[in-house]
Design a protein around this ligand. Structure first.
Ligand code: F6P
Length: 355
């Protein structure tokens, strides 16, 4: 491949996610194999502002795919949102002759990537977040591992619940998205799953639990998405005990779910995204994010992806759709509908077959 790029940078930003290391490894090897140097930017955008740059060789990244967390460290960086911070970041790129950047993270990371692209540093985003809350992508790097971690914890809770004829409420991460809750709820055969996106019928849950207990069911798992807040999830424990008489315990695995050995699905998805990101960047593409759509690894303009996300989350501002064609807006609506339908269907299934 003929490319004008001589050196590219890679960073991970925002909450870490298992599989990020697989993107790093994939990007590093794919680029070096094209004769392009790679540097790691340590600690996300703050590393770019503060000139924390580390050259990467293939040996440096050998063996990191099986590690959780991010080998390049991460940060949530407010300074990068300012023009001054942005200019410092650009100065670092110039100082080290960084021709382009691959940025792994969530929507905040993509906003940073688009801001840099506009200012002349070509960037490609790769989705890395356990929350699966990037509307543009059917799945995100880290999501599968997080779900599997919750599943394992939930299985362990099931054992002790069965022994003691108890219920356990598990509050799982996901920020404002209920994907982890819904999918793990199904995998754990939870009797109820409560998420922020859909009103939860507590009385129906209590009724179901009472009926199940009458029929001899001993253990119960209820999964609650963190988006509903601590008051809701912790309060539910007391309410279950009051309304059903079933002894109930509470667990919040929190950041445990963000660490750990990445699953095969995450490692391989991450590796493919990294490869695609390098291919795009070296071919002169910029300001796009690599996403998964219907099992295909494709790219989407970051601006499109960000506005699509706002549309899905009902956060569109008045002028957000200005500049998009009728066809693009139609496409956004179709993606939102597809995602919404999937979510609602999953919610119905999980709450319908819990008992
Ligand atoms: O976005 C990933 C995530 O782990 C969310 O699930 C959670 O709400 C948030 O980050 C926690 O953020 P922090 O690591 O800053 O506590």
């Amino acid at each position: 491949m003929e490319t004008k790029f001589k050196k590219i940078g890679i960073l991970t930003s925002g909450g870490d996610a298992p599989g990020m290391n697989s993107v790093i490894k994939s990007v590093t090897c794919a680029a070096i194999n094209q004769g392009v140097e790679v540097v790691g930017i340590l600690g996300g955008y703050s590393g770019l502002i503060n000139d924390r740059i580390k050259p990467l060789t293939k040996n440096d990244v050998a063996g990191i795919v099986s590690l959780g967390g991010t080998f390049l460290y991460s940060d949530r960086c407010d300074e990068f949102k300012t023009e001054e911070g942005m200019q410092k970041a650009i100065a670092t790129c110039k100082k080290h002759n960084i021709d382009g950047i691959i940025a792994i993270g969530g929507d905040g990371t993509f906003r940073g990537a688009t801001d840099l692209s506009i200012r002349g540093i070509p960037c490609i985003g790769v989705s890395g977040t356990i929350d699966n809350d990037i509307t543009a992508s059917d799945i995100t790097v880290g999501y599968d591992t997080a779900m599997n971690t919750v599943m394992k914890l939930g299985d362990a809770l099931r054992d002790t619940c069965e022994s003691h004829a108890r219920c356990n409420v598990i509050e799982v991460m996901g920020r404002n998205a209920g994907y982890i809750a819904i999918e793990t709820g199904l995998a754990l055969n939870a009797i109820g799953v409560a998420v922020q996106e859909i009103p939860f019928d507590k009385e129906a849950l209590f009724e179901k639990m009472n009926e199940a207990r009458k029929n001899g069911k001993r253990s119960f798992i209820v999964v609650v998405a963190e988006g509903l807040g601590a008051e809701f999830s912790e309060g539910l424990v007391t309410e279950i005990e009051e309304k059903t008489g079933i002894e109930t315990r509470f667990v919040r695995p929190a950041h445990i779910v963000r660490g750990g050995i990445p699953t095969l699905a995450d490692r391989n998805f991450a590796a493919k995204c990294g490869y695609k990101a390098v291919e795009l960047l070296l071919n002169g593409v910029s300001d796009v994010v690599v996403v998964s759509r219907h099992d295909q690894i494709v790219s989407m303009e970051i601006k499109f992806a960000l506005i699509l996300d706002r549309m899905y989350k009902n956060k569109l501002k008045d002028d957000d759709l200005e500049g998009f064609t009728v066809e693009q807006i139609k496409q956004m609506k179709e993606i939102c509908k597809e995602r919404h339908d999937y979510f609602v269907n999953m919610y119905e299934v999980v709450n319908a077959i819990g008992y």
